[in-house]
Design a protein around this ligand. Structure first.
Ligand code: FAD
Length: 815
């Protein structure tokens, strides 16, 4: 397989596992001929050789499912193309449910599958037994069938990809270890290896569980950690059907497939064993670790229940190997922040075979065109923060990450390991007031507040969760009185310098060039007009802008702006997130409350909506922004962190006169959704434009040139083919919407909700989603339709709203 090491290759890929080889294959398909794969030992000798080879299509979101779906397409035809058969078999798969809650989860999963173009439906237990003759279903509540799932032989698939890559011009060098990465001015220039140096223009880190070490070579965050991962194979069993559909029993943590006439059973144990505390040993090559019969016992217990014949079946081979897992159970792809032309494709969380085709293709698109054809935020490496390189953090989290794959995937389910990481300066104050915390981007945030006598713990459910009524009170406090929430986690960026205005004007669709104190909502879009950033830009100095963005997108947004500052501009961007706490005081009584604490004139005339001023509060001078993400009169106070506690105390004391209530993130979400405010990631992504998202007011086509202007001008003229709308389920108060529920128009499936919540003011569930029509998503076509939403397999009539169901004229924030 190997060739001699060249001194230059346009693209170098580190790692000859299935992901690296797929990337090489797809790069050659994208027209790159000068592609080199460097593998420290032999192809597939890292983790790939150990895999069961299952190709499951349905994953936790649309993006990952699309990547997985493509594996079925690629591997079913790859043998004919390359002459090396990948061992593809379309087996189908059956998911079984031991509990009613699990059935509800799978019903929601089936609806998602439909939306993602994956065939999946409920079958009777008798049908499941007919498909898998030795399966015991006597204790089960339900079963679901995915006829399109399949499997490959991982090593054969790797070699098939390599053959295809070689036909396309790629070179492979085995027994060659990359020892260093070379950059100049933060741009990739080459690698050092134990066989010599290779210069290159692009470098792709596909080093599997070694990926974090490779990341350290450029101080970039590749937060993954290996964990032991195992399966056992029995001797042949009489009566077993060859290639029976893979059986997944999430409640028993276990999956089953046929292997050489026996049963292969493996799974995802609730507490896993992290591996490689002293690094992955140098000699690792097709390595199997010591047999761990205790971990296997978890799967065997389920095995005896599901396939009673296992009681008498001998285990032929217990294979324990290691696989890389990540803090959020999703892999990472894309260009690494801070280093130009350095890409990553690793941290596969035990779905690396199923995702290999999609990840390789996406990386090839990214390198060829600057972005993947479909947005991939849930797996984008820019969602990770520099601090996530912390070894103890990834080690501790990974023990939990493995089991999460088969856990109940309740809405708002929180991780319990590796916490706390980041606490706002007000954390203890919130805790003392009964906060139940959730976590995002490492930040502990008050999710909701438990009243006295109630324990602040999450009790998850597909129905109303235990915090429902407390959330309702917080929601109502902001609608009718005054509430305060701590959003210190918001990302805060300072863009400064003589050319700051010009740089931001060139990236923003809105006009951000106002006098000091102007605060503007603006999208920043890509060449196709799709949302890259969704931010508030406040001019806080002649040559200074204060940008507020979401906690989870801070790295991405920082990197996006930094990369686009022209080399000859005098402009810098600085992440000042940790320098400021943020308290939002919102509600019709917020003016009265804050007026008791400041001499500043808070009237509409002196302090209108969309402006900012530094004002006195307690002994501090926070930057007060008259903005709202909850649709009421209010101010966001950006307080230098060390002043935050006294400011909080002062507001709480004054607040007693006004019935101030502390509010958590659950209520903030229901408030923003009721008001129709979009959320980047779910409602708006690089695949939606401001016009499609109903945010055209943030686009000023006549302000001069900016990125994406041409595409947006064209769309404005031609018209849109999808449009965001809102729905309420009037009269169905018990139904819970969380996003991803299918929307039906005149009885036909059209798309899924991008987000959903309960609207406590409107008194029913509310959802937001896109209506798609290739002939044009015009209002009369939208209004002509009759709509239903599917929840857990049942259709509910839905009321359409072209504007938000609450305060559609947008008057409340300007009171
Ligand atoms: C027991 C078990 C069962 C599994 N079952 C499934 C399954 O059914 N379905 C599924 O989708 N996934 C499954 N997986 C997961 C799957 O095997 C992995 O996700 C996948 O193989 C990862 O591929 P990779 O290319 O990212 O990593 P690897 O295969 O580990 O490849 C990375 C390569 O990089 C090389 N490398 C590292 N450092 C350097 C360096 N400095 N220089 C040069 N080369 C370097 C390594 O030698 C290695 O070969 C399973 C895993 C295990 C352990």
């Amino acid at each position: 397989m190997s060739t001699a090491l060249p001194t230059h290759s346009q693209i170098v890929i580190i790692g000859g596992g299935i992901v690296g080889c797929s990337t090489a294959y797809h790069l050659t398909k994208a027209g790159f001929k000068d592609v080199l794969v460097l593998e420290r030992k032999e192809l597939g000798s890292g983790t790939t050789f150990a895999a069961a080879g299952l190709l499951a299509q349905l994953r936790q979101n649309r993006e990952m499912s699309n990547l997985a779906k493509y594996a079925l397409e690629l591997y079913s035809g790859l043998g004919a193309e390359t002459g090396v058969e990948p061992g593809f078999v379309k087996t189908g798969a059956i998911g079984v449910c031991q509990t009613e809650d699990r059935r509800r989860e799978w019903l929601r999963g089936a609806a998602m599958a439909k939306a993602f173009g994956i065939e999946m439906y409920e079958i009777t237990l008798k049908e499941a037994e007919d498909m898998v003759p030795l399966l015991n279903t006597s204790d089960l509540k339900a079963a679901f069938y995915l006829p399109g799932d399949g499997q490959v032989d991982p090593i054969s698939a790797t070699h098939s990809l390599v053959r295809g890559a070689k036909i396309g011009g790629a070179a492979i060098v085995e027994n060659c270890t990359v020892t260093g990465i070379k950059t100049k001015n933060s741009v990739i220039t080459g690698v050092s290896t134990d066989l010599g140096d290779v210069s290159c223009e692009y470098l792709v880190n596909c080093a599997g569980m070694w990926g974090r070490q490779i990341g350290k070579m450029t101080s970039t965050s590749v937060p993954l950690y290996a964990a032991e991962h195992l399966h056992a194979i029995t001797v042949p069993i009489e009566g077993l059907k060859k290639h029976f559909p893979t059986v997944r029993d999430f409640d028993g943590y276990t999956y089953f497939k046929e292997e050489s006439g026996g049963i292969l059973l493996g799974g995802f144990e609730p507490v896993a064993n992290p591996y490689g505390m002293k690094g992955i040993p140098e000699h690792w090559k097709f390595t199997e670790l010591a047999e761990d019969w205790d971990q296997l016992a978890i799967f065997m217990e389920c095995g005896f229940e599901r396939f009673p014949i296992l009681e008498n079946a001998q285990i032929r081979h217990l294979q324990v190997s290691a696989e890389s897992f990540t803090p959020d159970n999703a892999f990472m792809v894309g260009e690494v922040p801070g280093v130009k032309n350095l890409f990553v494709g690793c941290g596969m969380n035990s779905v690396g075979i199923a995702s290999s085709a999609g990840v390789g293709r996406a990386l090839a698109q990214w390198i060829a065109k600057g972005s993947p054809d479909e947005q991939l935020w849930p797996v984008d490496v820019r969602r990770y923060f520099p601090w996530q390189q912390n070894t103890r953090y990834v080690h501790d989290r990974v023990a939990e990450s493995v089991g999460i794959l088969y856990e109940h995937h309740f809405p708002n389910r929180q991780r319990t390991t590796a916490r706390p990481v980041i606490c706002s300066p007000l954390h203890d104050r919130l805790k003392d007031n009964g906060a139940c915390f959730s976590m995002i981007a490492g930040w502990e945030r008050a999710d909701w507040f438990a009243p006295e006598g109630v324990k602040p713990v999450h009790k998850y459910s597909w129905g109303r969760p235990n915090w429902f009524e407390y959330q309702a009170e917080e929601h109502k406090a902001i609608r009718h009185g005054v509430g305060m929430y701590d959003l210190t986690s918001m990302g805060k960026l300072l863009v400064q310098g003589r050319d700051a205005e010009a740089v931001l004007q060139s990236l923003s669709t809105n006009d951000i060039a106002g006098p000091i104190g102007t605060s503007v909502y603006t999208p920043m879009v890509n060449d196709k007009g799709g949302f890259e950033l969704d931010v508030t830009v406040t001019r806080n100095g002649e040559e200074s802008y204060f940008i507020v963005t979401a906690a989870g997108t801070t790295v991405r947004d920082f990197d996006y702006i930094k990369r686009r500052i022209p080399a000859d501009s005098i402009c810098t961007v600085t992440d000042v997130t940790h320098g400021y706490a943020m308290l939002a005081v919102m509600g019709p009584k917020s003016r009265d409350l804050l007026s008791g604490l400041t001499d500043a004139d808070l009237s509409n005339e002196a302090f209108p909506y969309g402006t900012a001023q530094e004002i006195d509060i307690a002994y501090a001078r926070p930057l007060a922004l008259r903005m709202s993400y909850v649709g009421e009169l209010g101010w966001e106070l950006y307080i230098p962190s060390n002043f935050a506690v006294p400011v909080f105390d002062a507001i709480m004391t004054e607040g007693k006169k006004h019935g101030l209530k502390l509010v958590g993130m659950q209520a903030v979400n229901s408030l923003r959704l009721e008001k129709g405010y979009r959320h980047w990631e779910s409602d708006i992504t690089p695949d939606n434009t401001p016009y499609e998202a109903g945010l055209g007011f943030g686009v000023k086509l006549d302000k001069g040139e900016f990125v994406g202007r041409k595409a947006l001008a064209c769309q404005k003229e031609v018209g849109i083919t999808k449009k965001i709308v809102m729905f309420t389920l009037d009269g169905n108060q018990e139904v819970m919407l969380y996003g991803n529920e299918p929307i039906y128009r005149n009885g036909e499936f059209i798309d899924t909700l991008s987000s959903g919540a309960y609207g406590f003011e409107v008194g029913c569930p509310i959802g937001m989603g896109y209506l798609v029509n290739s002939d044009g998503a015009r209002n009369h076509w939208i209004k002509e339709g009759s709509y239903e939403l599917m929840v857990e397999g049942k259709l509910y009539p839905a009321t359409l709203h072209l504007r938000s169901p609450y305060d559609p004229k947008n008057e409340r924030t300007k009171m």
